[in-house]
Design a protein around this ligand. Sequence first.
Ligand code: ASP
Ligand code: MG
Length: 445
Amino acid sequence: MIVMKFGGSSVANAERIRHVGGIVAERLSQKPAVVLSAMGDTTDYLLEAADRALTAGEVSMEKITVPHLEAAAALRLDAADEREITALLEELESLLRGIALIRELTGRTRDYLVSFGERLSVRIAAAWFRAAGMNARAFDAWETGFVSDSNYTRAELDRESWSRVKKILTPLLEAEILPVITGFIAKDGKGNITTLGRGGSDRSATIIGAAMNAEEVQVWKDVDGILTADPRLVPEARVVEEVTYEEAAELAYYGSQVLHPRAMQPCRKTNTPVLVKNSYNPAAPGTRIVPVLEKPGLPVRALTTRKNVTLIDIVSTHMVGQSGFLESVFSCFARNSISVDMVATSEVSISLTLDSAHDLGTLEEDLGRIANVDIKTGKAIVTIIGDVRRSSKILKEAFGACAAMDVQVEMISQGASKVNISFIVDDTHADGVVRKLHEIYFGQE
Ligand code: ASP
Ligand code: MG
């Protein structure tokens, strides 16, 4: 079997859903299970509507009702299917009224509220797939075995979910049913709806793929695959043919929005290949995410950059030969609930980076009690994803380029992950450095 996951923009309207139906129909012999996101930006609109209800006591859901009813009408759903859609929209409206009335929105209610996006999209799509002659059936994730903890807005599935999913889906596929399953959502042990975190449908798909030991998980997006760099920054950026799970996970974390950072984990456990495809351009080969590269070519897979980073240098003369200094430094960050990204240490100093969003007032005071602290804002992390075993060559070229451009490198981190080399430069230099490195590693083409 295969898993085919389609993101929001792939199912944004009736036309896109028809198109997706065509893509699925061509692959029926591979026994697909389909996983869908909410249509278009529905999740954002649901959160906006919740916010409006909470803060202004207003119920406004046109941005949600209109596209769904339009799609249902354009796809000429059966009366019964259409009733399911209107029933869900009515339930959503009551919920928003409730929030507007009591002016309270708990994590639990928030998850219940955003779940409508995926519940609507699978019903509309499955109805269309049936109209197009496929034996499709819509499922809410919990009907296919997804049970999670109660960490609302970022729930984690329980261990038994995998075996439940397999037990439920196997006979369905054997009966030649095409399951169309909600991504992103689950239910906890008490029966409350939960979500796996924004962008979580990728993870729903890879969990199903791993649980079913799928031949492949296809993640259908609106881009041709993982790119060597952000094309807004590097127009010559091109699709990467193959990356490892580790590389894909680091890329997701470092700002390539293609995949959810935690989506790789399940398939990595079972060595299930993940293929990133473009639903707008199905003929393009896409990017294959695999345990080991079949065609190890260039040492570098891709480049990313993260701007607006703050660099903190912490220097202590007490550090020499001392135990517990790192702990006291990091406990300052923990106390202030600030999460650290990159770290480099020497015998007497620690450099680390954070997103600039944090308020550093009390942190600086706290740290000041144990060390000398120097905070620099306006920095950027440049990350090279590739084979760190070839780092000498990679670094030689990277630093050669920085030197030639007269760009100062302020901190380096390599080795913690076997696929990530990161360094800090001034924000203003980051784009130029990435463009130059792209030219060096990938040629001009
Ligand atoms: N619809 C959810 C979101 O937008 C989940 C997903 O698309 O993966 O975050
Ligand atoms: Mg989405």
